[in-house]
Structures are given as structure tokens and as C-alpha cells.
Design a protein around this ligand. Structure first.
Ligand SMILES: C[S@@+](CC[C@H](N)C(=O)[O-])C[C@H]1O[C@@H](n2cnc3c(N)ncnc32)[C@H](O)[C@@H]1O
Length: 382
């Protein structure tokens, strides 16, 4: 691999796969630590049933080969195997695939392939169907375009692509300052972390503003790291605050944070942000500062699982932060405008059969589920 963007994507997902793979796939509390496994895989069945309706084709031969791109722990792959002869799950994270292989109910017909290249590990015209959901949205657009071209290459003429991809974010309307008032109460938080370790912080977010916080306005809980009163890492984790949230109401938000790589005494600083508008500290809303000791572990032992880190009764100190430096990393969201996606396939002799509005990317995005029939066009990008 010689692609720093792809390395970044791989590192994030390797880490998530090694620490909390089921939650990383479906970020709902009940899936932390591999809990509610039956419901998790049932959701894959329901999702595939819906996907096949969009595909609207039922003359698939018994030896159909379906590829699940970004298969994670196999939620969609196993459900596809209930409809198609052979399924190949492809993923950039070996940690995700280890979990998928360990639970494979169809070892004869479902296999998992690790791929950390920007090409796909299949021969030309060797696949009947590629399915991918909640994956391309986490991949930078230049790489997604490359993968879409690869999908055209590997799918047989007459075969299908079924993929979900966000298009764009409608521009947020800045909330009035009087609405940007919140009380943040951490419910649990780690007190000790290893350098770079990821951890999960639950925070009760109460609307102390003068009106409801609407949906689709890119309102997130986020965090920074400070040490010695100075910002050490600005802009780390992000999680949407579910809306609408009326004044006086509280929503519990789970935020994944990544400890600084330098050992020492740090502060985890929690704040709300309306993306592309402002951090609420800049608008005078108090942040919450939590002390966290980052301690290097000796030897090559793996970092402890985030949720196993000691929890504390949090002493909340309230302050206002003013400095806004740059940086940060977490699970990213990306999109490619629908006009470009449709134009690309049409230019390459493929037929866009459907582009159905889709809510998998959350309320902040306009997103679509596309069904495409692969044409005879000879595309051989190498
Ligand atoms: C949110 S999970 C979705 C998993 C699965 N599609 C599902 O719906 O259950 C996203 C998956 O995409 C994988 N992924 C991210 N970038 C990838 C890439 N460039 N190539 C292959 N897989 C990738 C991640 O490792 C992760 O397992």
C-alpha cells in the first residue's frame, strides 16, 4: 500500500475492529462488547431484504458470486448467503475479518478477504453483484471513485452494483446564540488511558437553550485534549446529539475519544459544536474538563479495551475555552454528489437503475442507495 489516505482509513478501522467491532459497525449502545449479537445479525437480514427490493431482479443463477465490500464482521455477508451461492466479504481491517471468520455459519460458501489496496482483489468480469453499505461514507472521495471504477471492472456485463453513498450535507443554519446553551454531565469516563488508546465516554447533554435543537443542523458532542492549561490536541471525537431536543430535555450521547500519544496528566475537554458554524465554548457555553492520566504500558502488550478502563465518579469542573488550534482524527464521514455519481456511471456505459434516498448516513446527510447495471463498456484501469 502506498496511499496515506488509505493507511489512515485502515488504521482507524483496525483499531475499531480490535476494540469494539460490533459497535463500530452499528453505533448503538446495545452492541457494545458484542452484546445483542442475534439482533445485530437480524438487522443484516432485514437490511438485505430491503436492498434486494431496490435491486428488483430475481433471476439470479445458483452459482451467483456476490461481493460485500467493507464487510466488517459479516453482518451483510451472512445475510447475502441466504440468497446467493457464493459470497466474498472484503475488508481493509484484519481485526474485523477475524471476528467475521470466527462466526461464519457458511464456511463452504462465504469467505473473507483482507484488502488494503485501492484496487479490488478480483479478476475482470468475475463477479455478479457487489453490495456495499455504510462503508463508502467512511472513505475519502478520491478513493471511493477508484473503488467504484474497480467495481465496474470486476462485475460482469449485465451484473449489478448496489451501493449506499452520501451525496452532500445541506448547509446548516446557524442556531441563535440563545439556543446554544447546554449542560454536559459525564456519566462515566476513563481516568487512566494508554497513549493513543481509544475510550468511550457517556455524557448527558441537556438543552439549556431557549428553543428546541432541530435535526439536520450538524450538532455534535466533541472533545479536545489539554495539558498544563494548553491545548494538546484540538478536535478529536465526534458524536451527533440526537434531535429534535426540546429545552430542558436530556439526551445521552456516547463519544469515542482517543488519548494523546504523549504520556502525562491531560484534560479531556467536552464541548458541543455546530459543524461549519462554531464550538459552543466560543459562544460562551461552559465546557467540561475531566482529568485523565495517560500512562505508557511496558512491553508489547495490547492496549486495554476502552470500556475496561477504570471508571470514576467524575468531578466536573466547568470552564470556558477560547483557543481554537487545528488537527484531530476519528471515524470520518464523506460524500460524493449524486450528479457526479450518476454522470460517472452513464459516461462509462452503465445504467443507473435507481437512486433511492437513504438514511444510513444519518440526518446530517443527503444520501442515496444506488442500483447500477454494468454495461459492456470495456474499462480496464490498472
Ligand atoms: C460501518 S462498517 C460496515 C460493515 C458492514 N458493511 C455492515 O453494514 O455490517 C464499515 C466497514 O468498512 C470497512 N472499510 C473501511 N474502508 C475500507 C476500504 N477502503 N476497503 C474495505 N473495507 C473498508 C471497515 O473496516 C468496516 O469494517
Amino acid at each position: 500500500m502506498n496511499n496515506t489516505e488509505l493507511e489512515g482509513v485502515r488504521d482507524v478501522w483496525e483499531h475499531l475492529g480490535a476494540t469494539d467491532p460490533y459497535w463500530a459497525v452499528l453505533t448503538e449502545d446495545e452492541f457494545h462488547g458484542g452484546e445483542a449479537r442475534a439482533r445485530f445479525f437480524d438487522s443484516g437480514r432485514a437490511e438485505v431484504a430491503g436492498l434486494l427490493k431496490v435491486l428488483d431482479r430475481d433471476d439470479w443463477p445458483e452459482d451467483t458470486v456476490a461481493v460485500d465490500f467493507g464487510c466488517g464482521v459479516g453482518r451483510i455477508s451472512f445475510a447475502l448467503a441466504e440468497h446467493f451461492g457464493t459470497v466474498v466479504g472484503v475488508d481493509v481491517a484484519a481485526s474485523m475479518l477475524a471476528e467475521a471468520r470466527a462466526n461464519n455459519p457458511f464456511p463452504e460458501r462465504v469467505r473473507f478477504v483482507h484488502n488494503d489496496a485501492s484496487t479490488l482483489p478480483f479478476e475482470d468480469d468475475s463477479v455478479d453483484l457487489v453490495v456495499t453499505v455504510i462503508t463508502l461514507q467512511h472513505i475519502p472521495p478520491s478513493l471511493t471513485l477508484r473503488y467504484l471504477l474497480e467495481m465496474i471492472r470486476v462485475v460482469k456485463p449485465g451484473g449489478r452494483l448496489l451501493f449506499q453513498l452520501p451525496s452532500h450535507m445541506p448547509k446548516p443554519q446557524p442556531l441563535p446564540v440563545t439556543a446554544c446553551r447546554a449542560n454536559l454531565t459525564p456519566v462515566n469516563a476513563p481516568r487512566v488511558l494508554a497513549p493513543g488508546e481509544s475510550a468511550y465516554v457517556e455524557v448527558d447533554v441537556r438543552n439549556d437553550g431557549d428553543r428546541a435543537w432541530p435535526t439536520g443542523q450538524l450538532l455534535n458532542l466533541g472533545n479536545h485534549w489539554f495539558s498544563g492549561g494548553e491545548p494538546r490536541q484540538w478536535d478529536d471525537g465526534r458524536m451527533a446529539v440526537p434531535g429534535p431536543l426540546a429545552p430542558g430535555r436530556t439526551a445521552r450521547v456516547g463519544l469515542r475519544v482517543n488519548a494523546p500519544t504523549e504520556p502525562g496528566e491531560h484534560e479531556l475537554v467536552l464541548d458541543l459544536v455546530q459543524e461549519s458554524v462554531a464550538w459552543w465554548a466560543e459562544l460562551g457555553n461552559p465546557v467540561v474538563r475531566l482529568p485523565v492520566s495517560v500512562i505508557a504500558t511496558s512491553g508489547a502488550a495490547p492496549a486495554p479495551v476502552a470500556d475496561a478502563a477504570p471508571e470514576v465518579e467524575v468531578e466536573v469542573e466547568v470552564e470556558v475555552v477560547e483557543e481554537p488550534p487545528a488537527g484531530g482524527k476519528s471515524m470520518q464521514m464523506h460524500g460524493i454528489h449524486k450528479d457526479l455519481v450518476v454522470g460517472l456511471f452513464e459516461q462509462l456505459g452503465c445504467r443507473v437503475l435507481a437512486a433511492v434516498p437513504d438514511d444510513r448516513a444519518g440526518s446530517d446527510w443527503v444520501s442515496y442507495l444506488y442500483a447500477v447495471e454494468i454495461g459492456e463498456y470495456e474499462l480496464r484501469l490498472r
